[in-house]
Ligand binder design. Sequence first.
Ligand SMILES: CC(C)(COP(=O)(O)OP(=O)(O)OC[C@H]1O[C@@H](n2cnc3c(N)ncnc32)[C@H](O)[C@@H]1OP(=O)(O)O)[C@@H](O)C(=O)NCCC(=O)NCCS
Length: 173
Amino acid sequence: MKQTSWVIRTEHPSDTATVEELQAEAFGPGRFARTAFRIRENVPHREDLSFVVVAGSSIAASIRLSPIMIGETRALLLGPLTVSPDFKNRGLGKALMRTAMEAAEAAGDKVVLLVGDAPYYGPFGFAQVPFGKITLPGPVDPARLLVACLNDADMPEGAVHGGWDEAAEAAAS
Ligand SMILES: CC(C)(COP(=O)(O)OP(=O)(O)OC[C@H]1O[C@@H](n2cnc3c(N)ncnc32)[C@H](O)[C@@H]1OP(=O)(O)O)[C@@H](O)C(=O)NCCC(=O)NCCS
């Protein structure tokens, strides 16, 4: 019988291999060529803003938020959001979205960017980025480039790269 009860907790370093297996299963070997994966390359995810769903002794789903710059503004890239095929359509994805977005807002973060389907992410405050306002270092369907502004922040503009860049911020201030 499938496990029906589950809990959400922050991702621990010991979860890495399992989380990466979930990602491999969901996105396949081509995932490393995807623009969002490439932005996150060599950028540690935020440990306080990355969560897993634990069902029994297994990890059933995961979400990560990673630091990025949008122009000269600190922001977060959301993803991957991955739910194990055995646990799909049981509310785990939405529960992880709520948890991660509430945690980001509580931590004082201001902008979350993602590449995904607007009908799924819209209820969590995401809207399509106006064409050309935010540019990624690789191809992305503009209809799937979504942004949410937290803590009354304005939407930033500019080019995205992975990690927080203190030098760029200092130059802008
Ligand atoms: C997309 C994904 C995260 C959804 O997680 P989930 O736990 O299965 O979804 P939930 O149970 O929270 O929500 C289910 C609802 O979302 C809808 N939904 C699922 N994927 C959707 C999508 N891509 N676009 C729009 N709606 C979607 C379902 O139809 C369902 O609708 P209903 O409540 O009206 O019946 C999961 O299917 C998954 O891991 N997919 C593979 C990886 C992926 O595409 N990740 C997202 C991009 S980073």
